[in-house]
Design a protein around this ligand. Structure first.
Ligand code: ZN
Length: 426
C-alpha cells in the first residue's frame, strides 16, 4: 500500500514536471552525436555520467573508440542478493544528417510545437534515454532506495554497428533483466537479427586480358576463369536460398520473406587489361528471432559450397567467407543478434502490468521490424525486451519527431517498472 502511494505521487509529478523532462531531452538533442561520422559523443556521455553520479551511481566510462566512450552507471541495491537487478540500456548516437535534408528546424536545436518535439534523435532514441533518466531523477529525489541493483548503460556506436552494448556485456555487466529503451512505440518487443558478410572469389593466378580466348574456347588449354563471372553463379545461389528460406521459414509477427539475403555491394577486377582475378560481394542477411547469426551464416556457407562444387573451376577455387565485423566505419561489417522475447518471463509480465496499470490500455508484445542493441543481451543470455517511445517512421527521418504525450506516458511506465522490478524478490 505504501508502495502504491509513493508511486502515485511520483506519477503525478511527471505530469506536473513535463517541462523539466522536455528540457532534459532538449539538452540531449543539442549534443551533436550523429553516426556517421561518429567519434563525437564525449560531451554527451560526460553529461550523462555526471547526471547519474549526482543520483548516487558509480560511474564506469571507457572509450570504445577515441571520442566515443561508453558510460555504465551502477546504483547498488540495498539488498542485491535477494532482489532482482535491472539493466537500462540506450544508445546516445543518432542517425546521420545529410546537408541536403530539408529540415524545417535545425536538427540539433529542438523545437516543441503542436504536442510534438522535433529534432534529430528524439525518436531514435534520446527520448527513451531522457524518459529513463528522468524516472531515475524522480526516484532519487523522493529518497527511494531500490533493494535490487540498477545499471544504466549509455552506449555508443549503435547506428554504425559498433556494438557498445556488446562491449558492456564483455566487460561483465549483467542483470536479471535488461530493457533497451530504443524506438518501439511503447510496444514490448523482441527482434530478428542482421549479419553482414563478404564472399570472395579469388583466382590463384592473375591472367592478362589477351588470355581470355584460351580459357573459354575449345583448344585454349588454359584452366582459368573470371572471378566476376563466377560470382554471378554465387549470386544466383544466394537468390535460390533466399527464396527457399521465404518458403520454409516464418515467425509470428513478420511478413513471409522478411528473412532476406541482399547482395548489397560488389567489388571486383583490377583493370580492363586483365581477367578479373578477384571479386568480393558484400551481403546483408536478415533472420528471425529464433535463429542465430552463427546458424544462418553456416547455412549460407554450406549452400554456396554446394553451388561451388557444381562448377569445375569454383570446385578448385572455392569462395571464402568473412562474417560480421565490429563497425560499418572501421571494418565494413556488423552483427545485430536476434532477441526472442518470452512473454512468460516475470520481468516481461511485470512490464506489461506496469504499462496496463499506468496507461489503462492493453500492452502489446510483438517484434521489431528493425534491429537494436537488444540482440546483444539475447546473445549474452540476459533476458531482455525493447521498450521505448517513438515510432520507426520517425527514426532516421527528416523532421524526426516525438509525441510529448507518449514521452510522458513512457516515463511513467518505465519509472513504475524500475520501481516494481527493483522490489521483486529473486
Ligand atoms: Zn536506435
Amino acid at each position: 500500500m505504501e508502495h502504491q502511494l509513493k508511486l502515485k505521487q511520483l506519477i503525478t509529478q511527471i505530469d506536473e514536471r513535463q517541462e523539466e523532462l522536455i528540457d532534459l531531452l532538449s539538452k540531449l538533442i543539442q549534443f551533436k552525436t550523429p553516426a556517421p561520422p561518429a567519434r563525437n559523443t564525449e560531451e554527451a556521455q560526460q553529461f550523462i555520467a555526471n547526471f547519474l553520479r549526482e543520483k548516487g551511481f558509480t560511474i564506469d566510462k571507457w572509450d570504445l573508440y577515441p571520442g566515443d566512450p561508453n558510460v555504465v552507471g551502477v546504483l547498488k541495491g540495498t539488498e542485491p542478493d535477494r532482489y532482482k537487478s535491472l539493466i537500462i540500456n540506450g544508445h546516445v548516437d543518432v542517425a546521420e544528417v545529410n546537408v541536403d535534408e530539408a529540415w524545417e528546424v535545425d536538427p540539433f536545436t529542438p523545437v516543441v510545437r503542436d504536442g510534438v518535439i522535433l529534432g534529430r534523435g528524439v525518436a531514435d532514441m534520446k527520448g527513451g534515454l531522457a524518459g529513463a533518466l528522468f524516472a531515475i531523477q524522480l526516484l532519487h529525489e523522493a529518497g527511494i532506495e531500490l533493494p535490487g541493483d540498477l545499471i544504466f548503460q549509455s552506449v555508443v556506436g549503435e547506428e554504425v554497428g559498433e556494438a557498445g552494448t556488446l562491449a558492456c556485456c564483455k566487460r561483465g555487466y549483467t542483470a536479471d533483466f535488461a530493457v533497451v529503451v530504443d524506438t518501439s512505440d511503447l510496444h514490448i518487443q523482441g527482434q530478428g537479427g542482421v549479419i553482414t558478410g563478404w564472399i570472395t572469389v579469388k583466382s590463384k593466378k592473375t591472367h592478362h586480358d589477351a588470355t581470355r580466348k584460351n580459357m573459354i574456347h575449345a583448344g585454349g588449354k588454359l584452366f582459368g576463369a573470371s572471378a566476376i563471372e563466377k560470382m554471378t553463379k554465387i549470386i544466383q545461389g544466394l537468390q535460390d536460398l533466399e527464396r527457399h528460406w521465404s518458403v520454409i521459414k516464418s515467425y509470428p509477427g513478420y511478413e513471409p520473406g522478411t528473412n532476406t539475403i541482399n547482395p548489397a555491394v560488389i567489388e571486383g577486377g583490377r583493370h580492363a587489361a586483365f581477367i578479373a582475378d578477384e571479386c568480393r560481394l558484400w551481403i546483408t542477411v536478415h533472420f528471425y528471432p529464433n535463429e542465430t547469426y552463427e546458424k544462418v551464416s553456416k547455412e549460407i556457407e554450406e549452400h554456396i559450397i554446394q553451388v561451388a562444387n557444381g562448377d569445375i573451376w569454383l570446385r578448385e577455387n572455392p569462395p571464402a567467407f568473412e562474417w560480421g565485423g565490429t563497425s560499418m566505419i572501421e571494418d565494413r561489417g556488423e552483427i545485430f543478434p536476434s532477441l526472442e522475447i518470452d512473454p512468460e518471463h516475470p520481468a516481461v509480465h511485470t512490464l506489461m502490468k506496469c504499462h496496463e496499470s499506468v496507461l489503462q490500455e492493453q500492452a502489446i508484445v510483438d517484434v521489431s521490424p528493425t534491429v537494436t542493441d537488444g540482440g546483444w543481451f539475447g546473445d549474452a543470455g540476459i533476458p531482455a525486451a525493447i521498450y521505448g517511445p517513438g515510432d520507426l517512421r520517425n527514426a532516421h527521418a527528416i523532421n524526426e519527431q516525438l509525441s510529448i504525450q507518449q514521452l510522458v506516458d513512457y516515463t511513467k511506465v518505465i519509472l513504475t517498472f524500475i520501481y516494481n522490478w527493483g522490489h521483486t524478490k529473486k
